[in-house]
Design a protein around this ligand. Structure first.
Ligand SMILES: NC(=O)c1ccc[n+]([C@@H]2O[C@H](COP(=O)([O-])OP(=O)(O)OC[C@H]3O[C@@H](n4cnc5c(N)ncnc54)[C@H](OP(=O)(O)O)[C@@H]3O)[C@@H](O)[C@H]2O)c1
Length: 277
């Protein structure tokens, strides 16, 4: 694939740009002067957004049609990223909920949830990083979900979400660990954990949201995420007023690691109960 990079200009690749949060990222970034690479399956929507941003924001926009659950399509997007000499921002946003009780969920839905939220996010990040590190600048935003933190909560009133929440938890730990690897490179990472957002996310699953509490707008999620990047936040929770709660969560995780990671002895409470052998 030929590169059409414009040296010196910022360029952002947004996955899931045909709707919701991804479309809002594309609009914000275009109005801030980024050229765009818009990725999703629905070409008509991507073409319309690209055309509108070209005329309203005066940027260049390219459309890449790809099903990001398909390894072949992901390889093509990877190649497009690797070929780009100017990618400054990657937004891994494409996704879907697949909410169903796990004992009856279709195996294909499990595969697709893991593919889009885990495999594709890791692969596109891997494709973007060498160029960003070489240029000494870049930003990667991974749109996860507050449900990444929801493992201990029962299904109601939250949805049946074991695979989705697990995949989004991957995005959280992945981004945090990678941010540690990239200190000093000039590349910034953020994982964004929105709560419920007013997009097509629920309607594509056939969920009636009319009786649910009000939701945040996609526009506000993007405003929080970009402000968080500017403030150096690695974990952004758009609706969380008390950011100290996130610090306390991190401190608790570190305390568990410090208490157990280099401790070879079995904890006292397991000694008498553990089978010998
Ligand atoms: N809305 C919420 O309440 C909420 C809350 C927390 C986190 N999130 C996360 O936010 C992200 C964006 O969701 P949204 O709320 O904006 O939902 P949305 O309005 O349904 O948009 C989802 C986007 O992902 C794309 N997409 C879905 N499957 C794809 C595939 N197989 N290949 C390529 N693109 C695909 C869709 O494009 P095409 O259909 O054209 O391919 C669309 O552009 C998701 O990762 C979601 O998990 C949403």
């Amino acid at each position: 694939m030929a590169s059409n990079s414009i040296r010196g200009r910022a360029r952002a690749l947004v996955t899931g740009a045909s709707a919701g949060i991804g479309a809002a990222f594309a609009e914000h970034l275009a109005r801030a002067g980024h050229d765009l690479l818009l990725v999703a399956r629905r070409r008509d929507r991507l073409d319309a957004l690209a055309q509108r941003m070209r005329s309203e924001a005066g940027i260049e926009a390219e459309v890449v049609c790809a099903d990001l659950t398909d390894p072949k399509a992901v390889s093509e997007v990877e190649a497009r990223i690797a070929d780009d000499g100017a990618l400054t921002l990657l937004v891994n946003n494409a996704g879907f909920g697949g909410y169903q009780p796990f004992a009856s969920i279709a195996p294909k839905v499990i595969d697709d949830l893991v593919a889009i939220h885990v495999r594709t996010v890791a692969r596109l990040t891997r494709a973007a990083l060498p160029g960003m590190i070489e240029r000494g600048r870049g930003t990667i935003i991974n749109v996860a979900s507050l449900l990444a933190l929801s493992g201990t909560l029962p299904p109601a009133p939250l949805p049946h979400r074991a695979t989705y929440a697990g995949a989004k938890a991957f995005m959280l730990a992945f981004t945090q660990a990678l941010a540690g690897e990239l200190v000093g490179t000039g590349v910034r990472l953020q994982v964004c954990l929105p709560g419920r957002v007013a997009t097509e996310f629920h309607s594509v699953q056939g969920i009636d949201t009319s009786k649910l509490p009000p939701t945040m707008t996609a526009d506000d999620v993007v405003r929080a995420s970009l402000a968080g990047v500017a403030q150096g936040e690695i974990v952004c929770v758009p609706a969380l007023g008390d950011a100290a709660l996130l610090s306390r969560l991190a401190e608790t995780q570190v305390a568990v690691l410090q208490a157990a990671a280099w401790q070879p002895a079995l904890a006292e409470r397991y000694r008498s109960a553990a089978p010998k052998g």
